[in-house]
Design a protein around this ligand. Structure first.
Ligand SMILES: NC(=O)c1ccc[n+]([C@@H]2O[C@H](COP(=O)([O-])OP(=O)(O)OC[C@H]3O[C@@H](n4cnc5c(N)ncnc54)[C@H](O)[C@@H]3O)[C@@H](O)[C@H]2O)c1
Length: 448
């Protein structure tokens, strides 16, 4: 099939390259000339494991190309995906749909013959109706079916998620789009991935409901972690005990500094606004957002407490800046709040991240950057593990201890165990695991 994709960001690029890998003929379009120039030179603008190789092989096979010329690409396509950003609108938290609507207008001007226009961006209920209206108003003669096909990929595992999805959701109002979408995803369907057809509004809501539920799950375990600290219980074992129940599941039950990233913060905000618009308030989601915001603000305080209540003039080393490992995405990363809180309390911050430092330099003022975890540890009064990159999981703790001025380790991802770290002479604090208890947990798990 001939497929055009408007927006060559995280989702557009991954969608484009995977669809090309299925054998379709794909053109990725972006307004950003630098991005397209880089892609044409074979440079990938984001860090995503496996993406560069897959782009290279599909470009080489002649199935994938890049352009800023939407008109030609859309004119030739049977299916056009909209994969542009839908950030939070400044001030009110609504999803900013201006990029989606601009793309719809541009697509309307260029479609030829029957074309399925697919919204892959995460958009509020009713956006598909508006996209259809925009296209019909701009081009009354256009023969278009507007479909919702939300994307569930996770950054850091995006290609695998796209190629082995738990489900593919397709919301449509025009039955002619059904066989077209089935053909787009045929290789996945053959692999038994459930292809779920709904009406358009249902598909739009599935995406927000899923993300809000996951954000709520993370926030739930974070609150339980605080309770564990107060009550002398171990949150990792509570999470394990909960997660082994199939009705609950073990994923997204890792206590930490609060969720961030390019999706959860904006999608929870947007769902709250959608609920208000429909006079059907999403109270659990409202509370989730409030609890998460509070938690993120509170994390710097934990570090300050671990440093004896004062960080003025002290050097704090930060390990990990991106909102999660295996991505260079810094959008709404917890590290931003933590670092700003530490700086406001008078600390000097030196940070290291395997992939996120380029983006971080534009976002964080007054932060110094190190070349490695050991560089950041050198002379530090405390080390804070914020993002659980693999390379931080097996640090040479003796070496780190030897480099630091004061051996304080604040582990906001529960990567280490109290007994293990204490053996190397650190003052250690983590999330929801009072000192001494993790030793018991570790022994029990090792015995299994
Ligand atoms: N990033 C994720 O993990 C993820 C996962 C699932 C869903 N989503 C959703 O997918 C959508 C895209 O997210 P993203 O992270 O890929 O965004 P992104 O910011 O990485 O990419 C968006 C791209 O669209 C381009 N663009 C904007 N208007 C355009 C136009 N009219 N024509 C052509 N290109 C245009 C921009 O230049 C940019 O490169 C959002 O709605 C997001 O919520 C994201």
């Amino acid at each position: 099939m001939k497929i055009a994709i408007a927006g060559a960001g995280y989702v557009g690029l991954v969608t484009g390259v995977c669809l090309a890998d299925f054998g379709h003929d794909v053109v990725c379009i972006d307004k950003d000339q630098d991005r397209i120039d880089a892609l044409e030179r074979g440079e990938i603008p984001i860090y995503e494991p496996g993406l560069a190789e897959l782009v290279a092989s599909n470009v080489g096979a002649g199935r994938l190309s890049f352009t800023t010329d939407l008109r030609a690409a859309v004119g030739a396509a049977e299916v056009v995906f909209i994969a542009v950003g839908t950030p939070s609108r400044r001030g009110d938290g609504h999803a900013d749909l201006s990029y989606v609507y601009d793309a719809a207008r541009e697509i309307a001007a260029s479609v030829e013959g029957f074309t399925v226009v697919v919204t892959k961006s995460t958009v509020p209920v009713g956006t598909g109706d508006e996209v259809a209206r925009i296209i019909a108003a701009a081009r009354p003669d256009a023969d278009v079916a507007v479909v919702s096909n939300p994307e569930f990929l996770r950054e850091g595992a995006a290609i695998d998620d796209f190629k082995r999805p738990d489900r593919i959701v397709v919301g449509l109002e025009d039955e002619r789009a059904r066989p077209v979408m089935a053909e787009v995803y045929r290789p996945l369907y053959l692999n038994q991935a459930p292809l779920m057809f709904t009406n358009r509004r249902t598909a739009e809501l599935i995406k927000y409901a899923a993300n809000a539920f996951l954000a709520m799950k993370v926030t739930f375990i974070n609150e339980v972690a605080d309770l564990c600290e107060a009550a002398g219980a171990d949150v990792q074992q509570v999470a394990r005990g909960m997660g082994l129940d199939n009705r609950i599941g073990s994923k997204f039950l890792h206590a930490g500094p609060g969720y961030g990233g390019s999706c959860f913060p904006k999608d929870t905000q947007a769902l709250i606004r959608i609920g208000q618009d429909f006079d059907s308030p999403m109270r659990l989601v409202e509370t989730t957002v409030a609890v998460n915001n509070q938690r993120r603000q509170a994390m710097a305080g934990r570090v300050i407490a671990a440093c004896g209540g004062d960080v003025r003039g002290k050097t704090i080393g930060v390990l990990g800046l991106t909102f999660k490992p295996n991505t260079d995405d810094m959008r709404e990363a917890a590290s931003i709040d933590i670092i700003e809180g530490l700086q406001a309390a008078g600390a000097r911050v030196i940070a290291y991240d395997p992939q996120g430092m380029r983006a971080a330099r534009d976002l964080l003022e007054g932060v110094e950057f190190g070349d490695s975890a050991y560089d950041v540890a050198t002379g530090a009064d405390a080390l804070v593990l914020v993002t659980e990159w693999n390379e931080f999981r097996s640090l040479d703790l003796d070496r780190v201890h030897g480099l630091m001025k004061v051996p304080v380790l604040v582990d906001l991802r529960n990567v280490y165990r109290h007994d293990e770290v204490a053996k190397h002479g650190f003052h250690y604090s983590s999330i929801g695991r009072p000192a001494g208890l993790s030793a018991i947990g570790g022994a029990a798990e090792a015995a299994e």
